[in-house]
Ligand binder design. Structure first.
Ligand SMILES: NC(=O)c1ccc[n+]([C@@H]2O[C@H](COP(=O)([O-])OP(=O)(O)OC[C@H]3O[C@@H](n4cnc5c(N)ncnc54)[C@H](O)[C@@H]3O)[C@@H](O)[C@H]2O)c1
Length: 434
């Protein structure tokens, strides 16, 4: 198969590299010339474990290339994937489809023979039909079908998720498109990974329903965590106890500072908007959005309490700023709410993150970036575990406590136990739901 991948972000680049590893001929396109220059010189513009080696391997095998020229990539392709961003539209919370529709128009002009235009971006129900109309209008001669193929990979584990998915979802309108999609995913099909083939609308809805459900699960345990703190229960024990129930499952039950990242906030917001537009309010999702905001604010209160109600003039070390470990993605990270509140309160904030600095510098003004946790805690009045990178999971707590002015820890990821922290010399340890 010849595949054109439009957009080389977290989803497009991983998908393009993995498709080439399946044996397909893949050309990845991006309109950002800096990304293309980097990719052509063998550099990966994002941090995703394992991606650079797999990319180089497939470039060397002659199956993978990069270009800024969309027309050249689309001409002769069997499948053209749209993997551009669908951020929240300013003002109304809806998914912004500008990039998707612009890509569709460009693809329409560049098609040379029958191909399937596949939307991998997360898009509201009805978008694939709109993509079809846009292409047909821009190029009435075009021979094509559309397909919806939402992506479920997680940043930080993206390659494994793509290569060994729980399922692949494909929405189509006819057999011709289904056959092309079966060919694209043949290596997974042969290894018995389930492929759910359905209609366009159901495929589009599956993605929003999945993300809203996961956001709900996280928010549920965060709310339970708040109650645990008041009644003397331990949310880690509660998560374990309910997660062992096969009907509930143990994933996405870790209490923390609220969900963030490039998907859950924007996708819950878009689903709420879709519901409002169809007069079917998504009341659970709307509540989840509100509770998640409250969770982030509760974290600020927790930090303030730990610092005797006032952070003015205090030095605070923040370990981690990305929305989760093993990514450099800062989009909607809880740190973007929490850190500015501390800076605004007059704290001297030091931030350490193995990969977040490049993105974080512009987003977190007024902080002091450091490259080592032990240096960051020197003479600090409090340390916050914001993101559970491996290197922050196994700190020598005694060494940390000894270096601090006042050894106080706010562990927003429940990485350490109150007992260990106290034993190491921390005078205050505050977790979430403990
Ligand atoms: N990031 C994730 O973990 C994840 C997971 C599942 C689904 N998704 C969905 O996948 C989509 C892409 O997300 P992302 O995180 O990869 O986005 P991203 O912002 O990292 O990347 C999008 C890329 O598309 C490029 N682009 C935009 N318009 C273009 C055009 N007309 N031609 C060529 N390139 C163009 C941009 O320059 C950018 O490099 C979104 O809809 C998102 O919701 C993301």
């Amino acid at each position: 198969m010849r595949i054109a991948m439009i957009g080389t972000g977290y989803v497009g680049l991983v998908s393009g590299v993995c498709f080439s590893d399946f044996g397909h001929d893949v050309i990845c396109v991006d309109k950002d010339p800096n990304k293309i220059t980097m990719l052509e010189s063998g550099e990966v513009p994002i941090y995703e474990p394992g991606l650079d080696a797999l990319m180089v391997k497939n470039v060397e095998a002659g199956r993978l290339s990069f270009t800024g020229d969309l027309s050249a990539a689309v001409a002769g392709a069997d499948a053209v994937f749209i993997a551009v961003g669908t951020p929240t539209r300013r003002g109304d919370g809806h998914a912004d489809l500008t990039y998707v529709m612009a890509a569709a128009e460009e693809i329409a002009q560049a098609m040379t023979g029958y191909c399937v235009v596949v939307t991998k971006s997360t898009v509201p129900v009805g978008t694939n039909r709109r993509v079809k109309q846009v292409i047909a209008k821009a190029n009435p001669e075009a021979q094509f079908d559309v397909a919806s193929n939402p992506e479920f990979l997680r940043e930080g584990a993206a390659i494994d998720d793509f290569m060994r998915p729980d399922r692949v979802v494909v929405g189509v309108q006819n057999d011709a498109a289904a056959e092309v999609m079966a060919e694209v995913y043949r290596p997974l099909f042969l290894r018995d990974f389930p492929i759910v083939t359905t209609d366009l609308e159901s495929a589009e809805m599956i993605k929003y329903a999945a993300n809203a459900f996961l956001a709900t699960k996280i928010t549920f345990i965060n709310e339970i965590a708040a109650l645990c703190e008041k009644v003397g229960a331990n949310v880690k024990e509660v998560s374990k106890g309910i997660g062992m129930d096969g009907r509930i499952g143990n994933k996405f039950l870790h209490a923390g500072p609220g969900y963030g990242g490039s998907c859950f906030p924007k996708d819950t917001s878009a689903l709420a908007r879709i519901g409002q537009e169809h007069a079917v309010p998504m009341q659970i999702t709307e509540t989840v959005i509100k509770v998640n905001e409250a969770v982030k604010r509760r974290m600020i209160d927790k930090i303030m309490d730990t610092c005797d109600g006032n952070v003015n003039g205090k030095t605070i070390a923040v370990l981690g700023c990305t929305f989760k470990p093993n990514t450099d993605d800062m989009r909607d990270a809880p740190s973007l709410t929490i850190v500015p509140a501390l800076v605004g309160g007059g704290a001297k904030v030091r931030v350490v993150d193995p990969q977040g600095r490049k993105e974080g510098e512009a987003l977190l003004p007024g902080v002091n970036w450091m490259d080592d946790a032990y240096k960051a805690v020197q003479n600090a009045h409090a340390v916050i575990v914001m993101t559970e990178w491996n290197e922050f999971r196994a700190l020598d707590l005694k060494r940390v406590a000894n270096r601090m002015e006042t050894p106080r820890m706010i562990d927003l990821r429940n990485v350490y136990s109150p007992k260990d922290a106290k034993r190491a010399g921390f005078e205050v340890y505050a977790g979430v739901g403990l």
